[in-house]
Design a protein around this ligand. Structure first.
Ligand SMILES: Cc1ncc(COP(=O)(O)O)c(C=O)c1O
Length: 377
């Protein structure tokens, strides 16, 4: 494994010089290289209009290939979306003629459940046991009416990481359509959509993927790529778009059909740059870094009076997120923000999320400030 200079990586993120930034689960700052590629696009269109179109189009092709490689998918199964909700609504529309109940987890982020409830699907919620969803626990909720399973890879309000391969086996056994919201893991924790038998997987880029807003990836297993089922189509969705035929056309059957018109160049270019940046560091290195920072954090806070870690700490369930129960969490979070220490308050707990741009010094500053705030109530 190549040796990574984490200080050099940290220097790519000016935001972490100004803040103790422990908030990737909400939004990550982007690295300089991603900002540079985004700016380059705007400089080019500023100076020359659409002249660099072919270069931008090549960037989109490359980003699609890199996203596919990241997930072990085919580029034809990848479409770019604006955010997680966008991707999950597309999945819900593609499946609108498939009857049956949706099974999901009690503490899913709302965008995992709203698209189904809005379409009058019956949605059943698996209750967690000590903030975990074991495969056995999920299986107890499957009935003959269950047809679709929706889960986050990592739960936003506990940090619990699901074993997608094991859950995939369960979905196969019960013939369930398997949908994954990977927005709290996208780009950093490995997912093999084929091995896990995933039907649809979505992630937005603005958290762990380091690509800012307006970009994300939707994987659609090729078995769902049927032109008749596509809920969105436009001039870019047809086989021969240059024919400009507004009456006779054939819709293609790759996922990019859903990018129906002029490309969303800048956000996708930023996404492509971020995926390359992360791939260069390497997923194993990234994971090890995130786990070691989180272990360090847990070591520093586990003996603090009035602090209870609620995130499941078993290695197999670990992610980049740690939740703690403290008295008066909202006040503590606001006071931390005043001290330029950025964390979130979720479900009346403090959520700390550590990414590759963090270091032990960030953790020390957070712990020191937390200790002071716990004394002054
Ligand atoms: C699991 C999960 N999914 C989705 C989102 C955000 O959804 P969207 O990308 O539609 O804004 C969040 C934000 O916190 C999240 O934690």
């Amino acid at each position: 494994m190549k040796k990574i200079d984490w200080t050099k990586i940290r220097n790519q993120f000016p935001a972490v010089k100004k803040y103790v930034y422990l908030n990737a689960a909400s939004t990550s700052p982007i690295p300089k290289i991603v900002a540079h590629e985004g700016k380059l696009f705007y400089d080019e269109i500023l100076e020359n209009g659409e002249k660099a179109w072919d270069r931008w189009a090549d960037k989109i092709t490359e980003t699609r290939e890199n996203a596919a490689q990241l997930l072990n998918a085919s580029p034809k199964e990848i479409t770019f979306i604006h955010n997680t909700g966008h991707g999950l609504n597309i999945a819900a529309e593609i499946l609108k003629d498939k009857p049956g109940e949706v099974l999901t987890m009690e503490d899913e982020y709302p965008t995992s459940t709203i698209p189904w409830i809005h379409r009058n699907r019956r949605v059943r919620f698996v209750q967690p046991v000590r903030n975990t969803y074991s495969i056995d626990q999920i299986e107890k909720y499957i009935s003959k009416d269950t047809k679709i399973l929706v889960t986050s890879h990592i739960q936003y309000s506990t940090g619990f990481k699901q074993d997608l391969n094991e859950l995939g086996k369960l979905c196969k056994k019960h013939n369930l359509i398997y949908i994954v919201n990977a927005t709290q893991s996208g780009g950093i924790f490995p997912v093999d959509v084929k091995k896990a038998n995933i039907d649809f997987l979505v992630f937005a880029g603005y958290k762990w993927t380091l690509s800012g807003f307006g970009n994300g990836v939707l994987y659609i297993n090729k078995k769902w790529l049927k032109p008749k089922a596509f809920p969105l189509v436009g001039s870019e969705s047809v086989k021969d778009w240059e024919a400009m035929d507004n009456k006779n056309f054939t819709i293609r059957n790759d996922a990019a059909v859903l990018e129906i018109g002029a490309p969303n160049f800048a956000p996708i270019i930023a996404l492509g740059s971020a995926l390359k940046y992360l791939a260069n560091i390497g997923q194993r290195n990234i994971q090890e870094r995130i786990f070691s920072l989180n272990d360090y954090l847990v070591g520093e806070i586990s003996c603090l009076k009035d602090v209870r870690i609620t995130t499941p700490l078993d290695k197999k369930w670990r992610s980049g997120i740690t939740l703690i129960k403290v008295p008066n969490p909202k006040r503590i979070q606001e006071q931390l923000v005043k001290r330029k220490i950025l964390v979130s308050c979720r479900r009346k707990q403090i959520r700390i999320s550590l990414h590759i741009y963090n270091n032990k010094d960030d953790i020390h500053k957070f712990v020191r400030a937390l200790m002071k705030l716990l004394v002054v109530r």
